[in-house]
Design a protein around this ligand. Structure first.
Ligand SMILES: [Zn+2]
Ligand SMILES: [Zn+2]
Ligand SMILES: [Zn+2]
Length: 142
């Protein structure tokens, strides 16, 4: 596990004048250990290994706090399901509507679209927040 990354999160919480609880430490640890797109339920289940009595509502509150501190971002995949991960390099998401797989793609794929939308509609694209739906290569071949 990346202990520096974990300590960075803990320091950021402390620097904001907030308490570092066992539950917060557990959620932070899960986010560092499982660098994936996880639902709040998955995070809760994994966090319970380190803080057995942590409840889903506590995990939601912690994720909100981490988001306010720009430590965590969320995105919507599948039918609007919300997933969380540590804030990091900007990327986009493709989600397969058949098998549900989420594919992380580099942000540069949106460069042309982003420029067009800004020029034509004055609209600033958020590349990360909502996944693009379609069929993955495996499902398309099947
Ligand atoms: Zn993501
Ligand atoms: Zn959202
Ligand atoms: Zn698929």
């Amino acid at each position: 596990m990346d202990h520096d990354r974990l300590e960075d999160i803990i320091s950021a919480v402390r620097a904001d004048g907030r308490r570092v609880t066992v539950a917060k430490r557990a959620v932070a640890r899960v986010l560092v250990e499982l660098p994936d797109h996880l639902s709040a339920e998955e995070i809760t289940r994994a966090a319970q290994r380190y803080a057995s009595d942590v409840s889903p509502s506590t995990v939601y509150r912690i994720l909100e706090e981490f988001e306010r501190l720009d430590l965590v971002v969320h995105a919507h995949v599948g039918h609007g399901a919300t997933v969380y991960h540590l804030a990091g390099a900007l990327h986009g998401h493709l989600v397969c509507t058949n098998c549900g797989v989420t594919i992380e793609i580099p942000s540069r794929h949106f460069d042309a679209l982003s420029g067009d939308l800004l020029k034509t509609y004055g609209f600033r694209l958020d590349r990360h927040h909502v996944a693009i739906a379609g069929l993955c290569a495996r499902c398309r071949d099947a």
